[in-house]
Design a protein around this ligand. Sequence first.
Ligand SMILES: Nc1nc2c(ncn2[C@@H]2O[C@H](COP(=O)(O)OP(=O)(O)OP(=O)(O)O)[C@@H](O)[C@H]2O)c(=O)[nH]1
Ligand SMILES: [Mg+2]
Length: 469
Amino acid sequence: MALTDLPDLITRRLEDIAATVAQPFADTTIRLGVTGLSRAGKTVFITGLVANLLDRGRMPQLAASGRIQAAWLQPQPDDTIPRFDVEAHLAALTGDAPHWPESTRAVSELRLSFRMKPAGWLGSLTGSQTLHLDIVDYPGEWLLDLALLDKSYADWCEDTFARMARRPEGADFLAMARAEDGALPLAEPRAQALAAVFTQYLHAARAAGWSDCTPGRFLLPGELAGSPVLTFAPLPMPASHGRGSLWHEMDRRYEAYKARVVKPFFRTHFARIDRQVVLVDVLGAIHAGPQALEDLRQTMAEILMAFRPGRNGFLSEILMGKRVEKVLFAATKADHLHHSQHPALTAITEALVREARDRAAFSGAEVAALSLAAIRATVEDRVERDGQVLDAVRGRLAATGKPAVMYPGELPGDPARLLAPARQGADRWLDADFALMAFAPARMTLRPGEGPPHIRLDRAAEFLIGDRL
Ligand SMILES: Nc1nc2c(ncn2[C@@H]2O[C@H](COP(=O)(O)OP(=O)(O)OP(=O)(O)O)[C@@H](O)[C@H]2O)c(=O)[nH]1
Ligand SMILES: [Mg+2]
């Protein structure tokens, strides 16, 4: 070997080494599951998060921020799923007449990619790494169906009637169902009439603020509208129900709904999830009263049951042994409260999902809770009331556009003060009233490199993906 060949050889060796070392750093993908009931704040969360990951000027708590060389949006990996329209949502939030994005009616997906400067001395050998963050948005109503997977038709009927008895919106359907004899042969017009009145009830119940309104697709049927999988309703169980009976057919359609509608959705979108954020509109439920809070607690418990490990956990089966590594429970819309009340909101959120979390046993997963606002619509202020100075927030009302100052009430430091009366079925809060105003997003002038204002979105991002950046 001639001496002149030496530098080349060394370079090549180094390239070999670099290639070998680079192997473990080949493109990595994180799938972030954004879970939450309807109106919990999923779409706003994804929009705020993506905007603030693209422009990280307001993300001081995201430690790896400085290593991000570039962040950009890519076509989503699943060819058959529409793209999450982050630009349209962002335009709605940051335009001249800022407004919240529409309620979600279908699934969409987004891929955000990062080019990272590798940490440590290996950096000089390996060059930059690429990390993809995949996020799926879907209508919150559909999440409710997770709770059906464990339930037979008879169980679901029993639960639904018990719930309906506590809800005034259920009166019409209850009367109709009680007059029905499920042992009689199926007559399609009857099945359709029952499903129609039951669907009306679900719409009314959702509008009244109840969390559990299954089956979720009855509220947002899409192209399934009118098909047999959406033409069933709960019935009182008849003494006998042979083949061809109304009960038998309703049971069959219910099972078809689970197998053909619910399972494929979760199989496609929840499998492969590495990180999970569970968004909960705790303030909204507190405002709606003790029964709404208890309904939210039970609904979250039922939904999160699907995540429990083992033979019966549908999700653990589709996750195929892969574990969700981190789970963040987040109370959304925290900008309705002065920051002095955020610890109380977080404590209530933790207590609210405690049972769900224990039963779901996110075994091995790192779990955390916090209060956040993905888009901050208010600024802090103080008001004087009855000679007392109170910590309040100020914003622009969504309905009228007029400025308003809100003091929502004092959240108790001990969550049991709310959760105990809720469990006991109280009609209203005894010692306090919780006001809530719907604020429109604030008009913003964003400086280059800055995303929209938020509260603790950077902490949420640090917990969820910081270790992989
Ligand atoms: N003040 C404030 N309001 C918020 C925030 N996030 C959500 N909201 C309010 O909550 C509503 C629902 O938020 P979305 O993000 O659309 O909720 P979602 O979970 O996507 O709801 P679905 O699409 O119906 O499942 C919004 O229209 C806002 O009124 C926030 O950070 N601050
Ligand atoms: Mg949405």
